[in-house]
Design a protein. Structure first.
Length: 412
């Protein structure tokens, strides 16, 4: 064994030691340096920000700043490293509790950040917005996994645009986060799974008319979202818009939600939704546009009010010949005798822009195919305009309609 000791000693000598931090300039806003990085310390010498890099290392390790200089870093300052593309890895000291607004926005070279276990805030917005190569975000080494964002338990709010356009993220685990701001994960096109607190209470999208500003807008790889059973919840338009491989069935029965906003799950493949007993309205504007075949919707309470116009309908599709998007409503006529006509639920609307209405089962109209099971027909009307934005309302003797009926809504 002794013959290996000199080799081990040489290897140890070859490993570069982290340079000590020193105070380059003092005063109310000192500059500290390790010979490679030069950093400002603002606000009582506690908030760190980038000044310049004069060496070759792209790894920033701040763990020994307090021991070396006496200064205690508690925040990464507002826009502290914004747009600095020459940093690839950051290790924050355990004394840091806050990564403030836009601290690392646009750091396209940043691949890894080790945060303190005591982190409590990710600022007000844009914290890691545009960090397109960020692959590791963790506090404990056991959580270091390529593509994973492991958020410490002290963080309860995910601010707007926190990780927007972070395309290398695959998995988010934020077990204490109860509020998610608008566009928090917008355009995270690599994101496959996202898990938050089971007490999640708010998913925002910057108001009532901004479905393209939604928290998970255009997360095109998102398959699984937790929790899918919701307690009291505030939602805004477009939450899962363009999440076109999302597979959850969302149970809103305890959510208190009375209305689904526009584009809420448009262009998705969700398995369906269970609505609460107090659910009141489907207000149109393509809430569930272009859903895939097989989704199931359950209304536990009374029939909701429906608003539909020529270009705005809750269940909306553009291709009358695409059976995977064909809308079939399955009604339990015995339980809901008032629905036997179907017009109590769906709204008549212009199908082709000619200010008329047509029956989807009209054999005299070339716009629609003959129903596969006319004996099940209770009535049909049209939501939307254009070529084939239509619905079928059919009777079902059992809870599951025949497979060839396509898209279904079960009501019981």
């Amino acid at each position: 064994m002794k013959r290996f000791l000199p080799l081990l000693a040489l290897c140890a000598l070859a490993l570069p030691a982290s340079a000590a931090w020193t105070v380059e300039t003092g005063g109310s806003t000192p500059v500290i340096t390790d010979g490679n990085w030069h950093l400002y310390l603002y606000s009582n010498q506690s908030r760190v920000a980038y000044k310049e890099r004069t060496g070759s290392s792209t790894v920033l390790d701040l763990r020994t700043v307090k021991a070396d200089t006496g200064y205690t870093i508690t925040w990464v300052d507002n826009t502290g490293f914004k747009g600095k593309t020459d940093v690839t890895k950051v290790i924050l000291p355990e004394t840091c509790t806050t990564i403030w607004t836009a601290a690392f926005q646009g750091c396209t070279g940043l691949e890894e950040i080790k945060v303190p276990a005591g982190l409590v805030s990710l600022g007000q917005n844009n914290t890691f917005d545009g960090c397109t190569n960020l692959k590791y975000f963790y506090a404990d080494e056991s959580d270091r996994e390529a593509g994973r964002v492991a958020v410490p338990a002290g963080v309860t709010t995910m601010p707007p645009l926190a990780f927007a356009d972070c395309k290398a993220i695959v998995r988010v685990d934020a077990p204490a986060v109860t509020k998610i701001g608008n566009r928090a994960f917008q355009n995270c096109t690599g994101l496959v799974s996202a898990a938050f607190s089971e007490n999640l209470s708010e998913i925002l999208s910057n108001g009532t008319d901004h479905s393209d500003h939604a928290a998970f807008y255009n997360c095109t790889a998102l398959v699984d979202f937790f929790p899918s059973t919701w307690g009291p919840m505030k939602i805004e338009p477009g939450t899962f818009r363009n999440c076109n491989v999302l597979t959850n069935h969302f149970d809103l029965s305890a959510s208190g939600i009375t209305e689904i906003p526009s584009m809420w799950a448009a262009f998705t493949s969700i398995a369906g939704v269970t609505f609460p007993t107090n659910f009141a309205a489907l207000t149109g504007d393509q809430n569930f546009r272009e859903l895939k075949k097989g989704a199931t919707f359950r209304f536990l309470g009374d029939r909701p009010a429906v608003t539909a116009t020529a270009d705005k309908s809750p269940f909306y599709t553009t291709d009358k010949n695409n059976t995977s998007q064909r809308h079939v409503f399955v009604v339990d006529a015995a339980a809901y005798p008032a629905w036997t006509n179907g017009t109590d639920f769906v709204a008549m609307a212009d199908i082709d822009g000619n200010n008329d209405t047509k029956n989807a089962f009209s054999t005299s109209s070339a716009d629609f195919p003959t129903p596969a099971h006319p004996e099940r027909t209770l009535g049909a009307t049209i939501w939307g305009s254009g070529n084939g934005r239509y619905n079928w309302v059919v009777q079902a003797g059992d809870e599951t309609p025949p497979e060839d009926l396509g898209f279904s809504i079960l009501i019981y």
